[in-house]
Design a protein around this ligand. Structure first.
Ligand code: EPU
Length: 342
């Protein structure tokens, strides 16, 4: 096992924050991972995946275990479905491209989401009308303390909007080592319904024209994402910094009277979701810059690092945004990104 000290994490977080790991190791197999977990059994460790959903506020004092486990394997084929097991360290978008190439359907709407497969269940990644849980079959995990290996099913994971067991009762207890997806095998069936009802996606597909296919949907999603969301290789960011707030119907009715133009989505009989991007935009933050920390000029839900912002500077912008939205609309917006202050 190779341990590196004072290891730079700038290249390993999509916000491009310059922070260091006191100790860093990068297991590339289950065996190496177990060795690292065993070695640090008496300490809390920090598990690093693609670094795409976190803000490093300080140097990381806990030992960092960077999961590099690779491999994609078809484990089972059904009449119309195929089960694909993907190791945690595989890049999410590369896996989407693999599926498109093989003609496996189900995750094309999730094209171009940054990060790794192993962290995708934690926040149940979602975009353009599809969430990870829709094709999730199971995941393999290792208990950090006992090193026991287990398999969790769809119901075990308790998925919700940007939420799962891994953000709640199982937080910090397990390492996800692989995820198995159940996908429609379009080489065998055409009984698959593309999900194209999300407004912006529908419009983009119409613009592209031609026959609908998973390839076309992936192309349209990639096009929309790259016009609205900054490429982390060019402008540091972690996608949506905040979650869209879910408010009570009664609060919504008061608000819509004062702001009739406010967009919303019905969640259930009693709850309504409001796009945080709209709230932040209305508060005048779109494109605002404070030194190197700022708000993206094409999507107000995204905070950006223009170069050398520190995690603390980004966090200050987040607090400013949260306060302004609360002062104006009485709505509390929570962060979607994990704030790492260890
Ligand atoms: N809006 C504005 N100004 C803005 C941004 C948005 O007025 O600066 C308005 C839009 O006009 C639209 C509404 O807000 O009426 C919603 O905007 P959009 O369709 O862009 O989606 P979103 O709610 O801002 C969510 C996800 C994204 C995902 C898109 C598409 C969350 C927190 N974010 O964004 O996820 O790509 O829907 O499905 O749920 C991510 O999680 O990192 C992410 C990018």
């Amino acid at each position: 096992m190779v341990i590196k000290h004072h290891f730079p994490l700038k290249e390993h977080n999509t916000f491009g924050i310059s922070a260091f790991a006191k100790a860093y190791t990068a297991p590339a197999s289950i065996l190496e991972l177990k060795e690292a977990l065993g070695y640090y059994h008496d300490q809390d460790v920090f598990l690093l995946g693609g670094g795409s959903n976190m803000l490093l506020i300080n140097d990381v004092q806990k030992p960092v275990i960077h999961l590099l486990l690779k491999g994609i394997e078809i484990t089972q084929t059904g009449e119309n479905d195929v089960y694909v097991k993907v190791m945690a360290g595989e890049n999410w978008h590369d896996f989407v491209l693999y599926c498109i190439e093989k003609n496996f359907a189900g995750i094309e709407n999730l094209s171009l989401i940054p990060g790794n497969v192993g962290t995708s269940p934690i926040q149940n990644i979602g975009a353009y009308g599809v969430e990870l849980k829709d094709t999730f079959d199971s995941c393999n995990i290792i208990d950090i303390k006992t090193l026991e290996e287990k398999t969790l099913s769809l119901t075990d994971c308790k998925f919700g909007y940007r939420d799962s067991i891994f953000k709640n009762e199982a937080a910090g207890k397990y390492v996800i080592t692989s995820v198995t997806f159940k996908l429609a095998n379009l080489n065998k069936t055409n009984e698959y319904e593309l999900k194209t009802s999300y407004g912006a996606l529908q419009e983009e597909l119409e613009r592209l024209g031609g026959d609908l296919s998973i390839q076309k949907v992936s192309q349209a999603v990639s096009k929309i994402r790259s016009t609205k969301l900054p490429d982390p290789k060019i402008l540091g960011n972690s996608g949506s910094f905040f979650k869209n707030p879910v408010i009570k119907k009664s609060e919504y009715e008061d608000l819509i009277r004062m702001h009739p133009e406010m967009p919303s989505y019905q969640v259930d009989e009693e709850h309504v979701k409001i796009p945080a991007g709209w709230l932040i935009d209305q508060c005048g933050f779109k494109g605002k810059r404070y030194g190197d920390a700022g708000v993206h000029d094409k999507q107000a839900l995204v905070l950006v690092n223009h170069g050398n912002a520190t995690g603390k500077e980004i966090l200050e912008v987040a607090h400013k945004v949260q306060k302004a939205v609360h002062d104006r609309y009485g709505i509390k917006i929570d962060t979607e990104v994990n704030l790492i202050d260890l």
